[in-house]
Every structure is written in C-alpha cells, then in structure tokens.
Design a protein around this ligand. Structure first.
Ligand code: C2E
Ligand code: CA
Ligand code: CA
Ligand code: CA
Length: 283
C-alpha cells in the first residue's frame, strides 16, 4: 500500500477487509460443505503419450456452493489449509478417491485390464495432523483399496521442512506401497538433494514449463534437463497441462512418457470418467 496516497490507501484497505470478510464467510460455509454433500471429486485422465492409453487419473476437488455456485479450489483450498479444515476435507478426498479406485479396478480386473493409478493431492498441513498415517491405513482398510492403486502428490515445500517427521512419514507411506509424486515440479525450491533422500517415484513437470515447451527454446531446454535428470534417477515423468499436439511431439521426443492436460481430457465427474474408462458392462 506504500505510495498509494490517501484515496488509494483507503481503497486498498477496503479491498483487504473485503477479502478478510470473504474468507470468514467461506470458512463457515466450508465447515458445512462436507455434511451438506457439496464437495465432489473430478478425475482427469493421465495418459501414456506413446500409446495414448489412459493409465490413471488425478482426483481434483470441486465445491458446489449452494449460493455461489462453483468455487474454484485455488480459492477455497488456501482457506481450508489456514483453518485446518483441510484435515477432514483431505480425509474425505482420500476416502472418496479410494472408493472409486477400488470399484474401477475391480471391474477392470474382471475385464483383464490393467489397474488405474489414482493420484490424490496432499497438503503439508495434513502431514502434521497427529494420526495421519493411521487415518490413511484406516481408509485403505475401509475401502478395500490397495496402496499401489494410489499415488500421493506432495509439494516441494513439504520436503524442505526440517522437522524430522516428514521423512519418517514418507518412508512409512512408501513401505505401505503408495507411490509419491512431486507436484508442480520446477516451481518451488531448487535444492535437489531431497530427490534422493526421500522415496519419490514421480515428478510432475509444472504446467508453466509444459505450456511453452514447443514455442520457447529456453523453456524446452529446462524440460529436457528435468526429463534427463528424472531418467537417471529412475523417476517417472508426467507433463502437466498438455494442450497441443506440438507439445506432445516435443515431450515424446524428449522421452517424457506420461501426460495430463486438456488435450487428453478435462477433469470430469465420476460417472463420466467411469463410463469412459471403467464401464461395468461391455459396450
Ligand atoms: P494441481 O494439483 O497442480 O492440479 C492441476 C490443475 O491444472 C487443476 O486445476 C487442473 O484442472 C488444471 N489443468 C489440468 N490440465 C490443464 C490444461 O491442459 N490446461 C490448464 N490451463 N489447466 C489444466 P484445479 O482442478 O483448479 O486445481 C487447482 C489446484 O487446487 C490443484 O493444482 C491443487 O494444488 C489444488 N487441489 C485440487 N484438489 C485438491 C485436493 O483434493 N486436495 C488438495 N490439498 N489440493 C487440491
Ligand atoms: Ca496435483
Ligand atoms: Ca500440478
Ligand atoms: Ca498446484
């Protein structure tokens, strides 16, 4: 607000308090969103670019607010994180994704198809809830879901946290059979040491790099370097936000195998994803 002048400052202050008021309103509504059944998971296909086969999906949270309509996750997830509501919401997300994965993979197995791997986003805050691993185990037990059907997406910020617990929790999750992916790779911290310190399986190359991979040579060089590093560390690579055939061509040529993005499919409600990728009846 520096140098705005009096009118400018008043405007700024009004905007800030409007934002604070908005957060308080959202928080109250978010508390009731689970019980009111306003949350929904959508699933975005993850595709093997060499075969065009769907190998999995990412579960993405949607909130259908009674009066406001769709509230985007970038608006309400920060509120959920600040207030701790991400803990019950995150548990609901995991249970819902595991229920779907179990159902889909049973029908796929009956049809002789490979299992889909479903990616679930985790907030750092969830790791600090006292019974996180116990909660995860309970959900797996309850839903009959196998850990190898689930990939847990974490952010780089979690890995640079110095609290010792992180590495114990990640090791425990890995021992249980979950794979771990680093989300938005390349946008966070450049300390790469953590890649060998933690049991990471997958790097998800951030959309901001993928966006320009076919049009911006310097960006392409960065992605090429990420892919080369990933290969030498035996990590799986997923390009996020793939929107064009040109991007696919470049990424494929670099040796990046997996992709998500609007070119292959937008996130869709369970019934639609299911009809396309795990139909109970043969068509
Ligand atoms: P993210 O985990 O990086 O998810 C990818 C985002 O990119 C999603 O936005 C997805 O809809 C969008 N996207 C996918 N393909 C394309 C594309 O080709 N072009 C463009 N322009 N966008 C694409 P969404 O669903 O709005 O989610 C935003 C963020 O909210 C997620 O980013 C994630 O950080 C967070 N989020 C979503 N669901 C959950 C959840 O269940 N738990 C937690 N903790 N965070 C979540
Ligand atoms: Ca993600
Ligand atoms: Ca991402
Ligand atoms: Ca993100």
């Amino acid at each position: 607000a520096k140098g705005l002048g009096r009118a400018g400052y008043q405007f700024y202050a009004a905007q800030q308090s409007e934002r604070a008021r908005e957060r308080v309103l959202l928080e109250g509504d978010l508390r009731r969103a689970i019980e009111r059944g306003e949350l929904e998971l959508h699933y975005q296909p993850k595709v093997d670019m060499r075969t065009d086969r769907v190998v999995g999906a990412e579960a993405l949270l949607r909130w259908h607010h009674a009066e406001r309509g769709m509230v985007p996750p970038d608006r309400f997830i920060p509120v959920a994180e600040d207030t701790g509501l991400i803990i019950p919401i995150g548990e609901w997300v995991l249970r819902t994704a595991c229920t779907a994965a179990t159902h889909w993979n049973r029908t796929r197995r009956a049809r002789g198809q490979e299992a889909l791997k479903i990616a679930v986003n985790l907030s750092p805050r969830q790791f600090w809830s006292p019974h996180f691993v116990a909660m995860v185990r309970a959900v797996m037990h309850e839903t009959g879901c196998r850990p190898e059907w689930i990939e847990l997406e974490i952010t780089e910020s979690l890995l640079i946290d110095t609290r010792g617990q992180v590495s114990e929790i990640l090791a425990e999750l890995s021992r249980l059979g979950f794979t771990l992916a680093i989300d938005d790779f390349g946008t966070g911290y450049s300390a790469l040491g953590y890649l060998t310190r933690f049991p990471i399986s997958t790097l998800k190359i951030d959309r901001s790099f993928v966006n320009e991979v076919a049009t911006h040579p310097a960006r392409a060089s960065l992605v090429r370097a990420i892919v080369a590093m990933g290969h030498s560390l035996q990590l799986e690579l997923v390009a996020e936000g793939v929107e064009t055939h040109e991007q696919v061509q470049v990424l494929r040529e670099m040796g990046c195998q997996l992709a998500q993005g609007w070119l292959y499919g937008r996130p869709q409600a369970r019934a639609l994803f299911e009809a396309a990728h795990a139909p109970a009846e043969l068509p």
